[in-house]
Design a protein around this ligand. Structure first.
Ligand code: FMN
Length: 358
């Protein structure tokens, strides 16, 4: 196997161009992110919902405790991976997006990765932390162009890298506003990555690395992404089902049990499609009605459950998946989930992906 190149994002250099995707709620916490970063990849803590089981959460102080819990998570991951590269994934759609971004920066994270909406104001929220790299997640050249124009005009700043996440295979919320886009080949990595690389070279004329996400599992997937022009990959599902993965054993067991036919795409209360396992909860929702937990904390800037009590409280359902309630949880997963046949060690995944480096 050829040695994979290092990945430089802003001022931060990752030994290996492999990034672990942020996975909420609490699927990628400090344990997983720290393990990935200490194995020479980029470890990512998902910032969403960290207050849910924090001892200081009293039902009323969700946003304050989120901030505290995120800082604690960054510190814990940093203890595991002192010299490693650590990111926090903050979803634009969250009510406390700006607070989470600032809390992560204050805690000393190396980069903010941001999707589920276009992170138009991200440079403003991080202006006191110029060394923090900013990495938007996009699914099209159009989205990248909108961000780049706006950031250029308002902040004189470029993204330090761009993650292209394809809705065709990725887990969780998908970068597609409409259901019919989820399987549209126009949003495949094969289509978007080369176009984005060309746009960055020829139009923006800047050296912004592109990272491919969605459906990356083994070395052949990485090599294919690199052949398209990517300089890194982001992987979610495979890292979720690891010893170091922060989710409960029941969550990981659901991944081990999953077959290809168990994967569904639902319209999330956020208003965008999301890929998940067809468990009793998802099946009832698809059939027309599911009982919801009460709204946890009005955590989203747009939520159909908060607005008219249709759909369900997604925070509650994701917390239930994290803790392992098969009947009431929403188990986000990528389309590769049926490839999870054992709970792996993060270091073994790196060994397999990198091969003999010398
Ligand atoms: C359980 C789960 C939760 C996820 N949660 C988030 C999230 O909170 N924010 C985000 O930007 N992406 C989220 N994702 C997407 C991943 O970060 C990653 O980009 C994607 O899953 C890559 O595709 P793969 O799973 O095929 O490797 C999630 C994915 C999974 C499987």
């Amino acid at each position: 196997m050829n040695r994979l190149p290092k990945l430089k994002i802003g001022k931060h250099v990752s030994e290996n161009p492999i990034m672990q995707g942020g996975m909420g709620v609490k699927i990628s916490g400090p344990k997983l992110a720290g393990a990935v970063a200490s194995n020479g990849g980029i470890g990512t803590i998902a910032s969403v919902g960290l207050a849910c089981d924090h001892p200081q959460f009293n039902g009323k102080n969700y946003f304050d405790v989120n901030e505290i819990a995120l800082a604690e998570a960054v510190e814990t991951a940093r203890d595991t991976a002192p010299g490693g590269v650590l990111a926090v994934n903050c979803m634009v759609a969250l009510m406390d997006y700006d607070r989470q971004v600032k809390s992560a920066c204050r805690a000393g994270v190396d980069m903010i990765v941001s999707g589920a909406g276009l992170p138009m104001k991200l440079p403003e929220y991080t202006k006191d932390f110029p060394d923090v790299a900013l990495v938007p997640i996009v699914s099209s050249v159009k989205a990248a162009d909108l961000i780049i124009r706006k950031w250029g005009k308002l902040y004189d700043r470029l993204p330090d890298a761009l993650v292209v996440e394809t809705p065709l295979f990725a887990g969780g919320h998908l970068g597609a506003t409409k259901m019919e886009h989820v399987n549209d080949p126009a949003f495949s990595l094969e289509s978007v990555v080369p176009d984005l690389v060309k746009y960055l070279d020829e139009v923006v004329k800047a050296d912004v690395p592109v990272i491919a996400a969605g459906g990356i599992w083994d070395r052949s997937d990485i090599d294919r992404a690199f052949a398209l022009g990517a300089r890194g990959v982001q992987m979610g599902t495979r890292f979720a089902c690891t010893e170091e993965g922060d989710a409960s054993m029941r969550f990981k067991q659901a991944f081990l049990d999953a077959t290809e036919d168990d994967v569904v795409v639902i319209m999330s209360p956020v208003g965008i499609p999301g890929r998940a396992l067809r468990n009793p909860f998802a099946a009832k929702y698809i059939d027309g009605h599911v009982d919801s937990k009460p709204c946890l904390a009005a955590c989203l800037s747009h939520c159909t459950y908060l607005k008219n009590r249709t759909t369900f409280c997604i925070a509650g359902a994701l917390v239930d998946a994290y803790t392992g309630d098969w009947d009431t949880g929403l188990f986000f997963c990528g389309s590769n989930v049926s490839r999870c046949t054992k709970i792996e060690k993060v270091s073994d995944i790196f060994k397999e992906l990198l091969g003999d480096q010398d």
